[in-house]
Design a protein around this ligand. Structure first.
Ligand code: NDP
Length: 247
């Protein structure tokens, strides 16, 4: 596991957007960021799940969260500019984004892959990250130091048969992270971009991808949080353009 012990108030007064915050790793990351002092903006497509995370954060007496219900499949430019306006009006800046939401898509060969699903996976896993960054960059630039974290995968480092659009989307995510990090280095040195490869983690997506696996043999989302904290907080200020394994 990535070795990092975060100070308890590492993210005090930080404003952090987490996509796919209603379930799995995104839910745990949102709660963990709140636990370390951040105000988290919970973005996802299932409002009920976001509300449950919101309530949990309130129950635990962490800083009050905000909810943005948004389906990244079909979200249009005006949805992203509305998101930017809301964050601008509420907070005036943004200290971090965790791009975490993803679709698994089909586990089948490219030769037989459903082209409609292919585009859907690419929209949710890739294009939405571009549009979110484009809309929110001015807010990230207003923060003293800000961090963009993309979510990669082993499937985006070495192609394996039948991982389809998901694998291609993760290769693209690694590329987008590298492009943003090198462009920002020149234009906005206070904004850094990195990626995390969570590794096999006990979530619904993992269970869908590996139905025969015993989930109890896998690390939990909580287990992999050290690198999520490290890359979001001030101890990683000099880290830019890296893709880091959580495990
Ligand atoms: P989950 O399926 O548990 O969670 C994915 C989250 O993304 C859910 O909250 C889901 O919302 C949200 N989401 C999916 N589609 C959309 C959409 N169209 N609009 C908005 N939100 C959406 O997956 P994990 O927690 O396992 O995965 C988190 C990240 O980690 C992903 O990027 C994944 O690729 C990556 N990863 C995971 C690994 C693992 O072993 N778990 C290994 C390697 C990488 P809803 O709950 O409403 O469906």
């Amino acid at each position: 596991m990535f070795d990092y012990q975060a100070p308890s108030q590492l993210l005090k007064n930080k404003i952090i957007l987490v996509t796919g915050a209603g379930d799995g790793i995104g839910k745990t990351a949102a709660i963990t960021y709140a636990k370390h002092g951040a105000t988290v903006i919970l973005l996802g497509r299932t409002t009920k799940k976001l509300e449950a995370v919101y309530d949990l954060i309130e129950e635990l007496k962490f800083p009050q969260a905000a909810i943005v219900p948004l389906n990244l499949d079909g979200a249009a430019e005006h949805d992203y500019s509305e998101l930017a306006n809301t964050i601008q009006n509420e907070f005036g800046r943004l200290d971090g984004i965790l791009h975490n939401a993803s679709l698994l898509g089909q586990r089948t060969s490219l030769a037989t892959y459903d082209p409609v699903l292919f585009e859907q996976v690419m929209r949710v896993n890739v294009t939405s990250q571009l549009l979110i960054n484009q809309a929110l960059l001015p807010l990230l630039q207003k923060a003293e130091q800000s961090s963009i974290i993309f979510t990669s995968s082993g499937a985006g480092r070495q192609a394996k048969a039948n991982w389809g659009a998901y694998a291609i989307s993760k290769f693209a995510t690694e590329g987008m992270m590298q492009l943003f990090s090198s462009e920002l280095e020149k234009e906005s040195p206070n904004v850094r971009a990195n990626a995390i490869n969570p590794g096999a983690t006990r979530t619904n997506m993992r269970a869908a991808a590996f139905p025969d696996e015993d989930p109890q043999t896998l690390p939990t989302s909580e287990d992999i949080m050290p690198v999520y904290l490290y890359l979001m907080g001030k101890d990683s200020l000099t880290i830019n353009g890296q893709s880091i394994d959580a495990q």
